[in-house]
Each structure stands twice: as C-alpha cells, then as structure tokens.
Design a binder for this molecule. Structure first.
Ligand code: LIP
Length: 265
C-alpha cells in the first residue's frame, strides 16, 4: 500500500505543541526547585529526573498522536515504527546549564521522514525563543523569518563550539581549538548544540562546529540552519563523520579547510 508522504507542516505543528508543553513542565519543575541529578557516561555527563520525565511526556504524546512512528530519545526512549517517520528527541539540550542555572538550554524535537529531516523545533526555555522549520518552508524564530550571515572570511567570523564528556576527547578538542581560535574573530561555548545551531540560523553566530554530538542534539538545529539559508557538513573527527559544521553559505569551505588541519593536530 503506497502511503502519502507526511506533510512537513503538520509534523511541525505537532513538534511545536510538544515542545511548548515540555517547556512548561521544565519551567514548573525549575521554579519548584525539585530536581534530582544523576550522571551517565562520566561524572561530568549529567542527567536529571526532569530530562527523563520530559522525554517520557513527549514519547507518550507521540504514541497517542502518531502511534506508527518511530522514536529515539537521548534518555533511552527507543521505538521502531512502520510509518517511515522517526522522531529524535532531546528533552533538555544543555543539561549542565540547566543544573547550574545557566539560562541556555532547550527542548529539541525533530521529525525525520525517510532519511530526511522534515520538521524541527528548538525551544529555548529561559529566553522563550522558539526556533522552527518545516522542510522547504524556511526557518523562523517566534514566527518571524530568520537567516544566516553572509560572512565569507574566517578572521572576522564568530564561531560556536562545544566539548564532550570524555577527558581524552576533550584534550583532542582543545588541541583543535588551539588551531581554530587564532584564525577567527572569537569563540563562544554556549553549552547547547541545538541552540548553537539556531544561533547560526539567526545570525548570532557566523558558524558552529563540534566533534561528537549526537543526532538528537543536532537534527532539528541542522534543518533550521539549512532552511535559514545555511549549509551543514559532516567531517571525520574522533570517528568518521563525527564532526558537524554549520555556517552561512560562503564560510563553510574556508572553515572546513581550517578544520581539516585542526581536527588532526
Ligand atoms: C550537550 C550538547 C553540547 C555539548 C555538550 C552536551 P546535552 O548536550 O548540546 O553542545 O557540547 O557536551 O553534549 O548532553 O546537554 O543534551
């Protein structure tokens, strides 16, 4: 039976509703001060009961709304589907910021149809900024269209990046940063890959790169960058294809040339 491809705008409407509901739960739990903190892959890889509760809420809502879809969440949710649509969920991207009260963390939800992201939303909970995109429909922040910068020269480019949770991997990332930092305007390390990508999409950053982020960290943000007129590439780092690079159209080639040297310094 041939099924109609899903409408990206319908998927986006559902993703936005789920993100808003998740954001309200996060804000309530944060104001109540009742957050239990655990660790995962290392003592610096944090997860809270709020991450887990929000992921469970989103998964349950998706099961009710689109029971035939697949789901993958950062905190362990995993369900095969038969609709051809799979949801990638990061209930709180920037968990360390959330635990420390640093106002930079987001709910990231992406619907992938086949192999292509079809709809993505990143909700910056502290700032109340909702970044969203449906494939082919452009990218928005709180409903207003956004666009990447036209920056073409690295020496005046402002870059975002991030670091992993494993000490040896962080040492490798620091060696790469030694080569990148002198070649650009400056670096910002915000602590949320999803927000870093959305800041590229709206021009607050000229580019972003990071070695070792997970699909749920970046899937929605990558779609939002592309729909904002930007480009996204993958490069080999600690693992084949483990480096995500995003920027405006003119900066990607000079940046990937710099990273090709820096990542293996
Ligand atoms: C975070 C990423 C961030 C990265 C952190 C961490 P989490 O995701 O968004 O860019 O540098 O190490 O992976 O763990 O907060 O969902």
């Amino acid at each position: 039976m041939v099924t109609e491809p899903p409408d990206p705008h319908a998927l986006l409407s559902l993703a936005v509703a789920l993100a808003e509901e998740a954001g309200a739960v996060i804000a309530t739990r944060l104001s109540g001060g009742r957050v239990r903190v655990d660790t995962k892959s290392s003592v610096v890889d944090l997860v809270t009961d709020v991450d887990r509760a929000v992921e469970a809420l989103i998964v349950e809502r998706l099961r009710a709304e689109r029971p035939a879809d697949g789901v993958v969440g950062e905190e362990g949710a995993e369900r095969d589907g038969e609709s051809g649509v799979r949801w990638l969920i990061d209930p709180i991207d920037g968990t360390t910021n959330f635990v420390y009260g640093v106002p930079a963390f987001a709910v990231s939800i992406c619907a992938v149809a086949g192999d292509e992201p079809a709809a993505g939303v990143v909700l910056d909970v502290p700032r109340g900024e909702r970044f969203a995109a449906a494939r082919g429909g452009g990218a928005t922040r709180n409903g207003e269209r956004i666009g990447v910068t036209s920056k073409a020269e690295l020496p005046t480019a402002l870059l975002g990046t991030g670091f992993g949770y494993d000490a040896a991997h962080r040492a490798r990332q620091a060696r790469a940063l030694q080569r990148v930092l002198p070649a650009v305007r400056d670096i910002r390390r915000g602590g949320s890959a999803a927000l870093d990508l959305c800041w590229v999409a709206c021009g607050r950053l000229d580019a972003y790169y990071e070695d070792g982020v997970q699909p749920w960290d970046t899937a929605a943000g990558e779609l939002i960058v592309r729909e904002a007129g930007g480009r996204v590439a993958r490069m080999d780092g600690a693992r084949p294809g483990s480096v995500v690079v995003a920027s405006g159209p003119a900066l990607l080639d000079p940046l990937t040339r710099l990273l090709a040297e820096a990542l293996h310094a």
